[in-house]
Design a protein around this ligand. Structure first.
Ligand SMILES: *[C@@H]1O[C@H](CO)[C@@H](O)[C@H](O)[C@H]1NC(C)=O
Ligand SMILES: *[C@@H]1O[C@H](CO)[C@@H](O)[C@H](O)[C@H]1NC(C)=O
Ligand SMILES: *[C@@H]1O[C@H](CO)[C@@H](O)[C@H](O)[C@H]1NC(C)=O
Length: 415
């Protein structure tokens, strides 16, 4: 009997070691954009009536690590894009939430987003767009030099809170995988290409809850509060005759020049000089104030608005994933969207996708750049080649792109 139990335990341990993740993983949504993806996604009517809604292309893009591996790409400049998919409702209460996807900005992104949204409740997917309330928004966003960051916005009671730490990202024309993990202990991590870029506590890095304590605006400094650290010594008295000492005296060493011409220069006057005896206006000596009570500090009181909520980051009915973007230049390609409860599974997916195609994509990209360069050379004659291949993109923008960007910057800055 005992032996049987041991064997059973051994089998369980072996299983756990061999399949440490697969046992527990729950995948809520996974989209590789293989054939049939259109049945799972709804393209929104948002901005269509204004002819401002852009077309998606099902493609692997101009360069890729595997031309058979397609995603969806924005195709038209100065357009809005909105598309969403539904999955069986779930809550991230007491379980890890992982949101992961890859995006490749083929277009030298200068002003535009590359983020996903998770939406709870029930929405009309035909109308999904920038105004649709969401629970979580996650992904890179750039607009000029001023705004370049990975957004991690959490909603609570209709308000959106962006993470207080700035997480930047490499802006190039290759695929990168973005992963956002929220754990049941209210810790989080953000990974780019499976490398942790930031982590911490949700309650520290977001202002999801109002502050526990606030300054008491009704508090006044008590009138008798003595906050002078030093006072004049009452014992110190002005020496007698002090004020009689003049500041200046006639120069004792001065002599009237012998050839002084009274008619020309008037009467000779003894010049005045500083009096070495003079010590300035009398001031009593300073001493420590025996009644000093320290600086008065406005007292803090408990915030009546504060209500603790250990589950402030929990979304009870997550149900959709959506992409809604405004792009000045199109060309962002999304792929491998994954929503699950297992960070290790997500890591494996990223390894098996980007990990495998990364080098091939880089080679394909360099080849495409070379072809482009050769064509340009044919057209315009040989130019000095860009030296900063691996550096951050140097994106030039036209005047009206700059104008649009500035307008757009205003919109996001309040977050
Ligand atoms: C809609 O916009 C495209 C350019 O984005 C343009 O080619 C087309 O003519 C426009 N259609 C209408 C009806 O305005
Ligand atoms: C869609 O992608 C394919 C493959 O990259 C490309 O040949 C085609 O021109 C794209 N279509 C649009 C509308 O961009
Ligand atoms: C989404 O979740 C939030 C937070 O729990 C809740 O306040 C909101 O009503 C939900 N939205 C819908 C449409 O259910």
């Amino acid at each position: 009997m005992a032996a049987q139990k041991e064997v059973f335990l051994l089998v369980a341990v072996v299983l756990l070691v061999v399949f440490p993740f697969s046992l527990a993983t729950e995948v809520f949504f996974e989209e590789r954009f293989d054939d049939g993806w259109e049945d799972r996604w709804v393209i929104s009517e948002w901005k269509k009536s204004e002819n401002l809604s852009g077309e998606w292309n099902h493609t692997s893009g101009k360069w890729s690590g595997d031309p058979q591996n397609k995603g969806i790409q924005t195709t038209q400049d100065f357009k809005y894009y909105a598309i969403s998919a539904e999955f069986p409702e779930f809550s991230n209460k007491e379980r890890t939430l992982v949101l992961q996807f890859s995006v490749k900005h083929e277009q030298k992104l200068n002003c535009g987003g590359g983020y996903l949204k998770l939406i709870n409740g029930t929405i009309d997917q035909q109308q999904f767009g920038g105004d649709t309330p969401y629970s979580i928004m996650f992904g890179p966003d750039v607009c000029g030099e001023k705004r370049k960051r990975v957004h991690m916005i959490l909603s609570r009671n209709g308000q959106y809170h962006n993470v207080k730490r700035i997480v930047s990202f490499q802006l190039d024309q290759l695929t990168h995988v973005y992963t956002f993990i929220i754990r049941p202990d209210a810790s989080y991590s953000i990974l780019i290409d499976n490398e942790e870029k930031q982590s911490g506590s949700i309650f520290n890095d977001w202002d999801l809850l109002p502050p526990r304590n606030i300054v008491d605006l009704n508090a006044k400094k008590p009138e008798e509060w003595d906050d002078k650290e030093h006072i004049a010594d009452p014992e110190d008295k002005k020496p007698e005759g002090y004020d009689d000492i003049p500041a200046k005296i006639p120069d004792p060493s001065a002599k009237k020049p012998r050839n002084w011409n009274v008619e020309e220069k008037g009467e000779w006057k003894v010049p005045m000089v500083k009096n070495p005896e003079y010590k300035g206006t009398w001031k009593p000596r300073k001493i420590k104030n025996p009644n000093y009570k320290g600086k008065w500090v406005v007292p803090m009181i408990e915030n009546p608005e504060f209500e603790d909520d250990p589950y402030a980051y929990v979304y009870p009915n997550l149900r959709y994933v959506g992409i809604d973007l405004w792009q000045v230049r199109a060309g962002s390609l999304f792929d491998n969207i994954l929503i699950c409860d297992d960070a290790e599974y997500a890591r494996k997916v990223a390894d098996e996708t980007l990990g495998v195609y990364k080098e091939a994509e880089k080679t394909a990209f360099e080849k495409a750049q070379k072809i482009l360069q050769d064509e340009e050379n044919k057209l315009y004659g040989k130019r000095v080649e860009d030296e900063d291949d691996d550096e951050e993109l140097d994106v030039e923008e036209t005047d009206w792109e700059a104008k649009l960007r500035e307008e757009d910057e205003g919109k996001h800055d309040e977050l």
